[in-house]
Design a protein around this ligand. Structure first.
Ligand code: THU
Length: 161
């Protein structure tokens, strides 16, 4: 028997002001698109911006449905929009921001498991890491340098062989 330990790395920024100008702009785009989310059922709005190696930026927000499971998260809207338009593009960064109509979300909102799996797919495909920034409506911003830090033991296509 062997015991193992995995440590993950992440950076915490106290506020948007601590980000570089480029990153600030990208997070601001996620915040702006968040406010146009269609979330009448949860009243929880999420926005995401994706930066490609081409310099192009794609946006997404959550789109809910009266048949609840038919809704989709902001991250996957942004990622799939980017990959649909620029199939050979590499995702460099994704920014995520969340807010609620019920309370002030003052802590970082991490991407859900399904969105982590979608990020993992493209990180594996493009052979380069994706930086993931996530925050609430106010407060700290967390930055992970790779999906590997958010999804240890991830399932990828190497397991299909
Ligand atoms: N949601 C996202 O858009 N991204 C996440 O990572 C977590 C959850 C959305 C889905 C649903 O519309 C609402 O937030 C409440 O779960």
């Amino acid at each position: 028997m062997h015991n193992h330990e995995i440590s993950i790395k992440f950076t915490i920024f106290e506020s948007l002001e601590e980000l570089s100008d480029n990153d600030k702009e990208l997070l601001q785009k996620a915040i702006d698109v968040r406010d146009h989310a269609y979330a009448p059922y949860s009243d929880f709005k999420v926005g995401a911006s994706v930066l490609l190696d081409t310099g192009e930026i794609f946006l997404g927000n959550n789109q809910e449905n009266a048949a609840y499971p038919s809704g989709i998260c902001a991250e996957r809207v942004a990622i799939w929009s980017a990959m649909a338009s620029v199939p050979h593009g590499k995702i460099k960064k994704i920014f995520i921001s969340a807010c609620s109509g019920k309370t002030v979300v003052d802590r970082p909102v991490a991407p859900c498991g399904a969105c982590r799996q979608a990020i993992a797919e493209y990180e594996t495909k493009q052979l380069s890491s994706i930086e993931i920034f996530f925050t609430g409506e106010t407060g700290k911003i967390v930055k992970a340098n790779s999906i590997k830090d958010l999804l240890p033991f991830m399932f990828d296509n190497s397991m299909l062989l």
